[in-house]
Design a binder for this molecule. Structure first.
Ligand code: TYM
Length: 351
């Protein structure tokens, strides 16, 4: 049965890239799938271990999920650290995965920088915890932005190695399911989780530099639109966004070599739930002096209600905490069933 899992780190400054690349897709998938949406607080320890406001940041992401339209009665919303299976399965995956796989990850290389010997072991093992998040629920579909693609490939590698290394023990316990992998049908315990990366907004770039991803950690606040920005701030940031002097092209090929123009058209398409082609059919030939105000209006129209709803939800901390508690209980039951199987497959004594 298809099951969706995804997560967002509680590291502040939830931005338009997070919304268009991930959260908006989370909302849409609720109609067709069972979904589990997690606030991955354990992952955020790799960025900052001592974290005065981690609980508040966790509530912020939760409020964003709810304000965007995720229904916690129908689906599961919780924070990762409530369910111990995440850390337990991650440990087992640390013993399945190879150091080489981890050290090849571009996110590790970027975040560790030059002084790699001094990066935390947690930063290196980050993808192993992410694989555990997904596979703890045997999720089959994972909506993410483009930057997580490599981690999803690694998740499949871990699943595949586990399935292969323990194939006899999985079969002996009758725990295998048949899966289609490419042309082949294979048996295994963990599914080959598929990334859902699609649409016009899988990689939103900085508003100040079309070659850099929009990110929570960019020191310039002008580089991103935060989900909590007010209408004036959103308009100002779009007005100040870097562009080139040309008018917009009438076809997508004309966006090649124009990363800033491409980014703004992609953002428009993402917000309007349409394609770059459709946006250019309307605005091709127009100057940015026309396009930017239209984009600002659209962004305010789509984002302001979410920001207002987030504020309203955050006023009721007890409610947010109750959502996480309830979600954690439901997730915990599913997780425990998987961990029982996994402990049995590996041969960890459970008698
Ligand atoms: P995080 O918290 O960095 O980002 C959350 C989601 O937002 C997407 N995203 C973007 N999409 C488009 N354009 C951008 N500029 C942009 N920036 C971020 C990310 O791709 C992500 O989908 N490792 C994950 C969290 C995680 C996870 C998981 C995700 C932990 N366990 C299991 C899926 C499944 C992360 O750091 O996301």
């Amino acid at each position: 049965k298809p099951l969706v899992f995804s997560g967002v780190q509680p590291t502040g400054n939830l931005h338009l890239g997070n919304y268009l690349g991930a959260i908006r897709k989370f909302v849409a998938l609720q109609e067709t799938h069972d979904c589990i949406y997690c606030v991955v607080d354990l992952h955020s320890l790799t960025a900052q271990l001592v974290h005065d406001d981690l609980e508040d940041q966790t509530r912020q992401i939760t409020a964003a999920y709810l304000a965007a339209g995720i229904d916690p009665a129908k689906h599961i919303v919780f924070n990762q650290s409530r369910v111990p299976g995440h850390a337990e399965l991650a440990w087992i995956f640390n013993c399945v995965a190879r150091i080489g796989w981890m050290s090849r990850m571009t996110q590790f290389k970027d975040k560790a920088g030059k002084d790699r010997e001094n990066a935390s072991l947690g930063l290196l093992a980050y993808p192993s915890l992410m694989a555990a998040d997904i596979l703890l629920y045997r999720a089959t579909h994972v909506p993410v932005g483009d930057d997580q693609k490599q981690h999803l490939e690694l998740t499949r590698d871990i699943a595949q190695k586990f399935n292969n290394d323990f194939s006899d023990r999985i079969a002996a316990r009758n725990l295998g399911v048949t899966m289609q992998v490419g042309e082949e049908k294979v048996q295994g315990y963990f599914p080959m989780a598929e990334p859902l990366i699609g649409g016009p907004a899988t990689r939103i770039m900085s508003l100040r530099d079309g070659s850099k991803k929009m990110s929570k950690s960019d020191p310039s606040d002008l580089s991103r639109i935060n989900l909590t920005d007010d209408a004036d701030t959103i308009s100002k940031k779009i007005r100040k966004a870097k562009t080139d002097p040309e008018a917009l092209p009438s076809a997508v090929e004309g966006l090649e070599g124009r990363p800033e123009a491409d980014n703004l058209v992609g953002i428009y398409a993402g917000l309007a739930d349409t394609t770059r082609e459709a946006v250019l059919a309307e605005y091709g030939g127009q100057q940015f002096s026309v396009f930017k105000p239209a984009l600002a209006d659209l962004a305010v129209e789509k984002l302001a209600p979410i920001a207002a709803e987030m504020r309203r939800i955050l006023d009721d901390r007890a409610y947010v905490d109750a959502v996480l508690r309830d979600g954690g209980e439901r997730a915990g039951k599913l997780a425990e069933a998987t961990m029982k199987d996994v402990r049995g497959i590996i041969g960890l004594s459970q008698g």
